[in-house]
Design a protein around this ligand. Structure first.
Ligand code: NAD
Ligand code: MG
Length: 393
């Protein structure tokens, strides 16, 4: 029996996680769930999964949460604030933590789970992008098992050999990691019309149903850029070990190419319950409630090379990855500000990449290693990005 904390339960990944857990009451019980807004949804979830704790990220929500809990006859204990998130991620009773808070907000609770040696199901890619070295070192020290939930990284994990050696891909016979991406809704749109892209258009992903931030990141391909950085940390790969491949159908979720000419791909319908179930049950397999892939219905699998003029954010991320931790932390922070500003109607779609690039250019290269430095660079980059956004309004 695994005892699970679901951080970010009210989100897209959180809901899919509770869906898989509910299918296997003999294998998983819920210790805690967390949310940020959407109190009604959180309380309904708490009631349904009988969570022992319900955690709200913001302390000011405590009174509202207690009132809502009474309204929904929820018996869970209500906790609030950052420390509480870290506590339910690291409590001794907990075996498994789903890290599904979006953005930098997920870093500290995810790190708390890693430091406590949990099985960490990592959806929150921004946490790894910000703190990769620290994160991997903490996992090595505590013995935490990081299981990738991002569909591409979960696919790569499934395609790796049993004797995989972290940080030495050639030793495992690996030539390349092929990171696939659909290219989002604007893969074939006329570049001259990119300034006119609306929030609604950017939030309509052709294949996946996800939270708004990652959906916009998929449209700019910053998501693939963050995933590129994420893959480097998860598999000890260098920038030259990974190639991004456009694959509009999202049937292949990524591939590993070996030196004997073999390519191993993981396929499936685009449903996050597959990687979530894989992470929960690894090395076993469980029913995820996902419809099986029907090859009679697949007309074609096509592939292409991404163009950096169309996807400048992808290039920024790969360059930041080569540059190091300060650049990746700053890029992630700038991008969170830029995407939020786009969603609020303050800047245009193309200005997201502009804010990101100008934020990076405004900051001197430096080495960061401590958590404190990472948080400081995150804050500085956000300040600069906010200033740039104000200049654009
Ligand atoms: P979402 O927006 O649907 O949900 C985000 C969750 O985080 C919600 O529960 C929300 O309440 C919580 N949250 C938001 N701001 C918070 C804050 N400041 N403090 C604490 N909690 C906060 O997002 P999602 O699509 O579920 O994505 C979650 C994470 O998983 C992201 O990092 C995303 O990149 C990653 N991911 C998602 C998918 C997907 O299919 N949705 C796929 C791969 C990776
Ligand atoms: Mg992904």
């Amino acid at each position: 029996m695994q005892t699970v904390t679901v951080l970010g339960a009210t989100g897209s990944i959180g809901c899919s996680t509770l869906d898989v857990i509910q299918r296997h009451p003999d294998k998983y019980r819920v210790f805690a769930i967390s949310g940020y807004q959407q109190l009604d949804k959180l309380m309904k979830q708490a009631k349904q999964c009988a969570a022992r704790y319900v955690v709200l990220a913001d302390e000011r929500q405590y009174d509202d949460a207690v009132q809502k809990a009474a309204q929904y006859q929820v018996e869970s204990e209500i906790l609030c604030g950052q420390k509480a998130l870290e506590e339910v991620a690291s409590a001794p009773e907990v075996t498994t933590v789903m890290a599904a808070i979006v953005g930098a907000a997920g870093l500290l609770p995810t790190l708390a789970a890693v430091r406590a040696g949990k099985r960490v199901l990592l959806a929150n890619k921004e946490a790894l992008v910000m703190s990769g070295a620290l994160f991997i070192e903490a996992a090595n020290q505590s013995g935490a098992q990081i299981l990738p939930i991002d569909s591409e990284h979960n696919a790569i994990f499934q395609c790796l050999p049993d004797n995989f050696q972290y940080g030495d891909l050639p030793a495992s016979g690996i030539q390349q990691i092929l990171l696939t991406g659909s290219g989002g809704p604007f893969r074939t749109r006329d570049l001259a019309t990119f300034d006119a892209i609306t929030v609604e258009q950017a939030c309509a992903h052709p294949n996946w149903s996800m939270g708004r931030k990652i959906t916009v990141d998929s449209a700019t391909m910053m998501n693939k850029g963050l995933e590129f950085i994420e893959a480097c940390w998860l598999f000890g790969a260098s920038v030259d070990d990974i190639t991004v491949v456009l694959h509009p159908q999202s049937v292949i979720h990524s591939m590993v190419q070996y030196n004997d000419g073999s390519v191993i791909a993981q396929m499936g319908n685009p449903d996050m319950r597959t990687p979530i179930a894989h992470g929960l049950s690894w090395p076993a397999r469980i029913d995820a409630g996902v419809e099986q892939l029907d090859f009679a219905k697949i007309q074609a699998l096509t592939f292409d090379t991404p163009c950096y003029t169309r996807y400048p954010n992808l290039k920024l991320a790969i360059d930041a990855c080569a540059s190091g931790q300060a650049a990746t932390t700053r890029l992630n922070a700038a991008n969170e500000v830029a995407v939020a500003s786009f969603l609020e109607g303050k800047i245009s779609f193309t200005q997201i990449a502009q804010v990101n690039e100008e934020t990076l250019n405004a900051m001197e290269p430096m080495d960061v290693s401590s958590l404190q430095q990472i948080l400081e660079e995150d804050r500085r980059a956000r300040d600069i990005a906010h200033g740039l956004v104000r200049g654009l309004i």
